[in-house]
Design a protein around this ligand. Structure first.
Ligand code: PMP
Length: 392
């Protein structure tokens, strides 16, 4: 039977890593992979996480199974950051569980949606490719709408039209902040409108918060999620700690479920636990435990928040430098300044992206997506010059 399987396309970004690694040029630039980099081009372990890991080694006295929900103290410690420390719903109408990264959370959220009778998911495109892949794997239909306009603003008309045609069997999957791949987020006023539309159409919101703190700050980046949650009876929030705690390979995430009342939660969570059990049984513990220790210790918490501020400041600095370059060849870099998070899209053709790579040693996704954290004060001028040359 296995002989019948068809070859699947290689993941384009992973293929790009290989090409980059094999490139002998000393001044090559990797803007492909979606991890944060310091001004020195490194992706170090957060000092706060190192501190927590030390404690973990000293204090952890068992590695016995925890259960499909994972480390519930981790799940609880994160809640005030996601929902606001004064949220009346936290621990009442909202319950959570630990998942293997944001991907595990999305997998569970979408499977739970499917189990509850949802058959279509409305997604702005371009999006993180795994959104559509998970939907396809679960047999969920995807309804696409255009996320952003050519002028660098969100395409609210497209979202309004998509929601106008939606109903109770639909879910809408939105990026909470730091949209991947465009960096183009909804304004507060737009979130206010979106929250109203979702409530009016009774679609199920699935909010993907994978970059909290990397955009404008921990509180600011939660605006959309919190705004939608006050407007609707039910919602799913998919959280990743892999970027904002730098834990990528340790796979740290959480799924939060909000229901109309506290008494609805055990039924829904029992389904989420059953799905986790059938998928991975239990989430990996180490990273979640490290995050819990950071959040339970005020000194480590302050250290983590300071490290996150530093990351954000650096990305803002890179973005400001790009924006200051203004019109570069055929590309207006000004909008990059106001965009958020790790990613932006440089409007280049496939051929121009290839030329960036072959002539200039600059590796970016075929879509023109760049990881702005791959730029440093040492290589940004080369990048700007290369864009000028390939679009001249
Ligand atoms: N959502 C979005 C929008 C992402 O970009 C990513 C990761 N790049 C994830 C979810 C999943 O993150 P994780 O690595 O924690 O699975």
């Amino acid at each position: 039977m296995l002989i019948n399987l068809q070859q699947q396309p290689a993941d384009a970004l992973l293929a790009l890593i290989k090409l980059h690694n094999a490139d002998p040029r000393a001044d090559k630039i990797d803007l492909g992979v979606g991890v944060y980099r310091t001004g020195e081009g490194e992706t170090p372990v957060f000092a706060a996480i190192k501190g927590a890991e030390k404690k973990l080694v000293e204090e952890q006295d068992s590695k016995a199974y925890l259960g499909p929900e994972g480390d519930m103290a981790f799940v609880a410690a994160l809640m005030p950051y996601v929902f606001g420390k004064d949220s009346p719903d936290m621990g009442k109408r909202i319950e959570g569980m630990q998942t293997p990264g944001g991907t595990g959370s999305l997998r569970l959220a979408l499977a739970l949606a499917k189990r509850s009778g949802i058959d279509r998911v409305i997604v702005g495109v371009p999006s993180w490719p795994n959104h559509a892949q998970i939907c396809a794997d679960l047999g969920l239909g995807v309804v696409e709408f255009n996320h952003a306009r050519a002028d660098g603003k969100t395409d609210m008309d497209a979202l309004r039209a998509a929601l106008a045609g939606a109903g109770e069997k639909d879910a809408v999957l939105l990026h909470g902040c730091c949209h991947n791949p465009t960096g183009i987020d909804y304004s507060h006023a737009e979130w206010d409108e979106i929250a109203g539309l979702i409530a009016e159409k009774k679609v199920l919101p699935i909010l993907d918060l994978a970059y909290q703190g990397l955009g404008n700050g921990m509180e600011e980046d939660a605006y959309g999620v919190r705004r939608v949650l006050v407007a609707v009876p039910e919602a799913l929030v998919c959280y990743s700690c892999d970027k904002n705690f730098g834990l990528y390979r340790d796979r740290v995430g959480a799924l939060y479920v909000m229901m109309p009342s506290e008494s609805d939660l055990p039924r829904v969570m029992s389904n989420a636990h059953a799905l986790a059990r059938a998928n991975w049984s239990q989430p990996p513990d180490h990273g979640g435990a490290a995050v819990r220790l950071v959040l339970e210790d005020p000194t480590l918490t302050a250290q983590w928040l300071a490290e996150l501020d530093q990351m954000r400041d650096r990305m803002r600095e890179v973005r400001a430098k790009l924006a200051a370059a203004g019109k570069v060849g055929a590309v207006d870099m000004t909008p990059f300044g106001g965009q958020n998070g790790l990613f932006s899209i440089v409007p280049l053709s496939k051929e121009q992206v290839l030329e960036m790579r072959e002539k200039h040693g600059i590796y970016m996704a075929g879509s023109g997506r760049i990881n702005v954290a791959g730029l440093t004060m040492g290589n940004i001028d080369n990048f700007i010059d290369a864009v000028a040359q390939v679009t001249a």
